[in-house]
Design a binder for this molecule. Structure first.
Ligand SMILES: CC(C)(COP(=O)(O)OP(=O)(O)OC[C@H]1O[C@@H](n2cnc3c(N)ncnc32)[C@H](O)[C@@H]1OP(=O)(O)O)[C@@H](O)C(=O)NCCC(=O)NCCS
Length: 146
């Protein structure tokens, strides 16, 4: 499995995966066009397996602090270990002393399992964070120690 930065030509694949992997998709074509053309902080990372795009991760980076805004694996490839490999491979390429934050739905046990197994710690709870009223756990990963 390989990891690369996405470009504007990847938008269709990203939107397709977003639509089929999330109950309520958020990232659409216009948001991604805006991201690729204007954002100084946000990037999309693409994961390929046998030359096929099977997942992506969206980050927002400010100096040594990153927020992961989205992680998604194509439905056909879920529950095969790709999600964990994707996040692990992404964390591996980050510079030392990077701190990564993310919010995860309190009911999303699969995603939480991945993050916990990769040494993310729970550092907060955001009440009613999602539109359906579900809470989010705030999790933090520190690459090496300061
Ligand atoms: C969350 C997501 C990225 C996980 O990707 P994935 O490739 O399916 O996950 P993996 O196959 O690496 O599985 C991770 C762990 O969860 C377990 N798991 C995966 N799917 C499961 C399921 N349906 N039921 C129970 N356990 C499951 C796996 O066994 C594995 O545990 P292990 O490491 O102890 O073996 C993927 O399900 C997805 O895209 N979901 C929709 C978007 C989303 O929720 N993103 C997270 C935003 S924070």
């Amino acid at each position: 499995m390989s990891l690369r930065k996405a470009g504007i030509d990847d938008i269709n694949s990203i939107v397709k995966i977003e639509k089929i992997s999330h109950e309520k998709p958020y990232w659409n074509e216009s948001l991604l066009i805006y991201l690729f053309n204007n954002s100084m902080t946000d990037s999309v990372w693409i994961f390929e397996f046998k030359k096929k795009i099977i997942g992506f991760l969206i980050e927002q980076r400010c100096l040594n602090e990153i927020s992961i805004l989205n992680v998604a694996v194509d439905k056909k490839y879920q529950n095969k270990g790709f999600g964990k490999k994707m996040v692990s491979q992404y964390l591996n390429i980050l510079p030392n002393n990077t701190v990564v934050f993310l919010e995860v739905n309190i009911n999303n046990f699969v995603a939480q399992k991945i993050y916990t197994s990769l040494n993310f710690e729970r550092v907060g709870l955001r009440k009613r964070y999602y539109n359906n009223g579900a809470d989010a756990l705030l999790m933090r990963f520190t690459k090496n120690s300061f």
